[in-house]
Structure formats: C-alpha cells, structure tokens
Ligand binder design. Sequence first.
Ligand SMILES: C[S@@+](CC[C@H](N)C(=O)[O-])C[C@H]1O[C@@H](n2cnc3c(N)ncnc32)[C@H](O)[C@@H]1O
Length: 256
Amino acid sequence: MTGGQAPDPASAELRDLYEEQYSAPPGEAERNGAWRALCAQGKADHVAELVRSLPSVPSTVVEIGCGDGSLLTALAERAVGEVRHGFEISERAVAFAASRPHVDRVEFFDGVDLPVPDKTYDLGVLSHVIEHVPEPALLLREAARACRALVVEVPLEDNRSASRPAAARGREELGHLHRFSREAVGALARSAGLEVRAEVADPLPREIHGFWADSMAARARASAKAAVRRALFTVAPRVAERTFTLHYAALLTPKP
Ligand SMILES: C[S@@+](CC[C@H](N)C(=O)[O-])C[C@H]1O[C@@H](n2cnc3c(N)ncnc32)[C@H](O)[C@@H]1O
C-alpha cells in the first residue's frame, strides 16, 4: 500500500470533500447518480458472488461508507441480506441513502467508531472506502468488531498506468489517500485478525469505461480500451493487475 500523510479521519477537510461530491447541481447530480447506479451493478455482483463462500446466507448487512445507497439498493435487487443498514460520514449522502426504499436504516457516524455492539451484522461491506481513509487498519478492525464477515472492495491502483501524473491528479480529486495492491489488502486483513477467504478481480465492462465519453470517437476509444483490458486480463491476469487498475473484492473472515 502506498499512501500519503495521515489526516484526522473526521477532519473537516475530508468531510467537505465528500459533502461536495454529493452536492452537484441538478443536471450533473442526475448524471452522477446514473454513474453510481451503474458502478453499483458490478460491485453488487462481486458481493453476491463472494458471499456464496460463507457457511450461511447473511441476513443482516451493513455498508460502512454507503454513499448515496446505490450499492445497498443493488444488493437488495440481488436479495443479499434481509435487513440492510448503512453508515456514512457525509450528511448529504445519509439523506440520499435514507430515502431509498430498500435501505432500512442509515446513520451518520464519525468515520471511526460504529455505534453498535460486537457482531451486530452477519456481513459488513466496505466498498471503495478504505482507500479514502487515513488509517484503513483502524476502520477495518472496527468493521471486523461489528460484523461476522466483511467484503472489502478497492481499486488496485498500485500499477503502471495508475503511476502516471494524470492518474495521480485524478486520485487526489477523488480523495484517494492510498494505492492498494492485492497483497496490501491481504496484509491489512491479517493486521485486523482476518483472512482472505475468497476474492474476485474485475477489469470492468465497456459501459463503465465509456460512461463519461461524450463523442463517437471517445466512445470508440473506450470500447477498444475495455476490450484490450479484458483480453489481457483473461490470458494473463497478474500481468493485467500490474499494468492497469482492476476492481478487487475480497471476502474476509476471522482467522481461525
Ligand atoms: C467512493 S465513495 C463509495 C460509496 C459506496 N461505498 C459505493 O461503493 O458506491 C467513498 C465513500 O466513503 C465515505 N467515507 C470516507 N471516509 C470514511 C470513513 N472514515 N468511514 C466511512 N465512510 C467514509 C465517503 O463519504 C464516500 O461516501
């Protein structure tokens, strides 16, 4: 894992960044919502696939850093969990998520301590959150306290393409404080008393690569990029992983 300085998890600066991400003007907000809903499809597929490796079907599910509730909604569409809760550090995101019919409860929290007893949930989901957190090990340990099993998804950004200055600027805008490798996620899991029980990596579909393309030429480039990435990922997954960003989800359970 490569990271920068460690600001306070609940710093005003970080909170402002996320509040801003959930408060675009109307036209833009609609497009951002469509983007999050599209991304949630793949993320929910990963969770649905991984939980099949658990000994029993999870009934109570919590998403920590649930954003606007897109992923909780996509999990409901796949019948993952009977009860679905969310915790968030952005008040605007809490309001969005709480308005969704398939989300049973959403709470604002300090980004550090979950206000629930040990092992409250069968499954906790940390999707594209730990790369945003100054001390991911602390949040993971807290999630492991509150949940019997976790699914953690991150972009694997410790690769050649993501080392370019333009990619670094993009990460900064998004609030990524860390660039994870698969190995770093495993080490982080072990530091929280967890082990990787199952994992899935995804080079992402054409729809994702092309979502922000606003011309025929840009759409054609995005389709070509998606096809090349999937082809390399299929024949040489570890080479692909060192070359460009994959989304990586891991099912983590307590070490026996
Ligand atoms: C990229 S979004 C991901 C949202 C959602 N999990 C998803 O996958 O669609 C990152 C989210 O992490 C939240 N976040 C940042 N720091 C956090 C922390 N310490 N604890 C919980 N959530 C945090 C942000 O407010 C933001 O909503």
